[in-house]
Design a protein around this ligand. Sequence first.
Ligand code: CDP
Ligand code: MG
Length: 738
Amino acid sequence: YVEIDDREKQPHSEQRIWEDARMATAQWNFGARDAKQRLQEKGKVHDYDLLLDDTIDFVQTNQLAGTKGIEDQPEVSDIQKKKMSLQETRKSLPIFPFREDLLQAVEDHQILIVEGETGSGKTTQIPQYLYEAGYCKDGKKIGCTQPRRVAAMSVAARVAQEMGKKLGNEVGYSIRFEDCTSERTVIKYMTDGMLLREFLSEPDLQSYSVMIIDEAHERTLHTDILFGLIKDIARFRPDLKLLISSATLDAEKFSDFFDEAPIFRIPGRRFPVEIFYTKAPEADYIDACVVTILQIHVTQDAGDILVFLTGQEEIETALESLTERTRRLGTRIKELLILPIYANLPSDMQAKIFEPTPPDARKCILATNIAETSLTIDNIIFVIDPGFCKQNSYNARTGMESLVVVPISKASANQRAGRAGRVAAGKCFRLYTAWAYKHELEENTVPEIQRVNLGNVVLLLKSLGINDLIHFDFLDPPPHETLALALEQLYALGALNHMGELTKLGRRMAEFPVDPMMAKMLLASEKYKCSEEIVTIAAMLSVNSAVFYRPKDKAIHADTARKNFFSPGGDHFTLLNVYNQWVDTDFSTQWCFENFIQHRSMRRARDVREQLVGLVERVEIDMVSNKDDLVAIGKAVTAGFFYNTSRLSKTGGYKTVKHNQTVLIHPNSSMFEELPRWLIYHELVFTTKEYMRQVIQIENSWLLEVAPHYYKAKDLEDTTTRKMPKNKGKSRAELGDH
Ligand code: CDP
Ligand code: MG
């Protein structure tokens, strides 16, 4: 049914790896068993089995309590809401009766902690209330931060609509590489990362009268850093109002941090949610999701379904499988609208999830964690929770960072279940056992600051003149070794001197809203006179490796098309080649289609590239091209990413140079069959193994040229041949080791 033009499909081997990953993560469930096999053992139990290939048995053990007495007074339904005017809808939100009290509390206190259930109207209403109460009178703005890009965009669009204004005028948003605000903007939604960057140009946030740090419970790295900075500003700007808004029970912790700031609680309305667990663990949770969706669709009364998956790849796999199965079932089942939502989804498609469900149909939303608290989707009655999310993980000892799929925390599981009880009593199907919930899930998610590389924020804080990071006012401090390693990496990149002070290079690096390694690469393009190429490579690298696609029915053609772009030297050159060919066709959509390139990703790369060109020009680097000099381009990449060097080992695998960790070339890479001796990888993805994604071939001698602080000749001996490296025997000074 779902007819999505320009639909993205994942490349083949990507999919294979994800399947491997699912097998691996399923081991978290003790003794995984295959659902089909179980059915065979038992024989078919329900009559709808005749309709469905598979079913899953659930057991109910407990329930999420609702607010007392609420069963009798269900909240306005989707359909009713459609009939109500937007203003009436606003008045129906749980926050509305507290409008005056809230405004009074803001009046009386400089800092206020606001706590309320997801969907009570915090994000969309509070800025409007403040605006209506005159907080923008003297030309100042109301700011509201969001941890997620999608939330910032969609909430701004909603509020603009409620206020009857055009998005980007009075109400706007600002996210990385996209500023949708104007001189007239008075309510500004932005990602927490963007507000951090605003400190660089406006350290006292003078243009704001109110700042709302929203979704504080998410505890993203940027939000955590903002806490420290904004607390400081509030001290010398008594006129600035500060609201910290949170969906869960961390309010006391925030209050303690902000000098005992009062807590404003918005009583939530919540219907009871029955919780179901699988009887046995599921080996393949994507498949289990699809089966459960169909099972609900066939057996349960009206109400939309919300499914939590870990990312775009999984959502697309599930979407494909579900579309295929519903097509097979044809008119034997009611209409099922399948809608994805994830960060990179274009905004017109994002908006679809908020459209009311047509009568007689059921909406099924396949979402990432974004729907946990950041976005409220109405009319959800069923939640399916496989129990996983994708998380950054960082090893401070080795400096290795990768994205991994991990079990969620109990707090998260309960947030997810809560999504089912907003408009009526609901049901949550957990695709894990009650035992697993009780014994295998952590209580709370570890705040991001304690599990990621801090290079970025350390550089930013240093540029804000905050030198003493050890004594920075952290809500929860990062591990000492993570901080130390970030400082060490910035030193190796040349952003800090041996005193830990920001260098001229570091100051220029901080201009770029990208990872310090990427910033260094961009700046190094000046020396190697290849800024045109490096800017393109940077833009292509930042579109998330979603450049090629591989439809199942045309897999061979897609593979051939992809291989035709392979360029000597590695994936960076392949990406450069793709982009330049696209430019030559005058950005043709047709060309993308014919070559199995995702047009949407290319458009995004072009936007990012445009932004980067502006930034490169701001730091006074000339845009020059040097497209045939692969060595120059390779050296510029090396100057930024030398940390990510690996060397071919005798066994044919790769080892990282500094820490001797085993890593493999991603099967999608153009270097997969080449096995050069020295490689730099752009990123690592951990599935069943640690894979290097986007690799470029380099010479070991370049490392000594671009990172003399970091590499010594003895690190770079060639172990495959055991030949004496050319540099052996030379003095350190000759090698540039100052
Ligand atoms: O921030 P909080 O979770 O307290 O609630 P909210 O995001 O302000 O949502 C309040 C209401 O606005 C909900 O009923 C949402 O469904 C609705 N909303 C919407 O229709 N479209 C959006 N893009 C965002 C919110
Ligand atoms: Mg919110």
